[in-house]
Design a binder for this molecule. Structure first.
Ligand SMILES: [Zn+2]
Length: 282
């Protein structure tokens, strides 16, 4: 990155005001979250080993410090192929914003990127790996192309407005920006009501993410007819970033979520070697 980028907003879960600074980092730093509000700043690398279990979001933890809802930030960085960045945050949660990666992408593009001299690493998927069960599964397989392609299928049944959606995309910085980054988090109204009853998301309105009832998103309009499945691919790009480098392969997913996505990232790390490639690092 050429300079520091700042994004401010409200945390969905805590309702707290959050300030995020994306700071340039030297080659081979990777993406590292830094909790700036603690007496001693704690550095939490965005790697599969730091992930801890939490419902409906991706959380990283190290030495008792954690940062929640990192997936849309990780997707923005991975989608733009920004490899080295320190993400300073003054709360234990990233801001929810509009529920997409769009505002992070805008701030990062405005700050600009620089090409670093170090080789850029990648992982080539050599064999098929499948995780999950019949209802929800995810599979990584070798590809003949030079990048990551994803095919995602979701099935919410017939009695709500989400229904069945399928979307396929070759993920590049350009396709990520136009086809995935603007796509927002979604919930069913019953899920949103339950979270509010638990004291969560009290400052989030129906304008801040997509809340679906039987007829469609409440007080909101879709940016794409299949915005939900596109957001699931955005989440997957963010979770797969926990591998720590580009993944060259085909991912096929049926109703996968953060847990399965992260399990795949860990399995890929266990089964494939990371190769250095003479390519740009931003
Ligand atoms: Zn998401």
């Amino acid at each position: 990155m050429a300079q520091t980028a700042v994004v401010e907003g409200v945390g969905y879960w805590s309702g707290l005001d959050v300030r995020v600074e994306f700071r340039p980092a030297s080659a081979d730093t990777g993406v590292v979250f830094v909790r700036s509000d603690l007496t001693e700043p704690v550095h939490i690398p965005a790697r599969a080993a730091q992930r801890i279990e939490s419902p409906l979001r991706t959380t990283l933890s190290r030495g008792g410090a954690s940062v929640e809802m990192v997936e849309h930030v990780l997707a923005a960085l991975a989608g733009l192929q920004i490899d080295n960045c320190q993400v300073w945050v003054d709360r234990p949660e990233m801001p929810g914003l509009d529920g997409s990666s769009g505002p992070f992408v805008e701030a990062l593009l405005e700050a600009g990127t620089v090409i670093q001299a170090a080789p850029r690493s990648r992982m080539i998927v050599r064999k098929t790996t499948r995780l999950g069960d019949e209802g929800c599964w995810i599979e990584a397989s070798p590809t003949t192309s030079s990048g990551l392609s994803v095919c995602f299928h979701i099935d919410y049944g017939r009695d709500n407005a989400i229904g069945r959606q399928t979307y396929q995309l070759d993920v590049t910085p350009q396709s990520f920006q136009t086809e995935l980054a603007p796509c927002r988090t979604f919930l069913l109204k019953c899920e949103a009501d339950w979270l509010v009853s638990q004291g969560k998301g009290l400052r989030a309105t129906h304008k801040d993410l997509l809340v679906f009832d039987e007829s469609g998103p409440i007080d909101n309009a879709l940016r794409f007819p299949d915005e939900c499945v596109r957001h699931k691919i955005l989440d997957l790009v963010g979770d797969l970033a926990l591998v720590g480098c580009d993944v060259i392969g085909t991912i096929t997913a049926h109703c996968s979520g953060h847990r399965l996505n992260a399990q795949l990232a860990a399995a890929l790390l266990a089964e494939n070697e990371v190769l250095d490639a003479m390519k740009r690092s931003a």
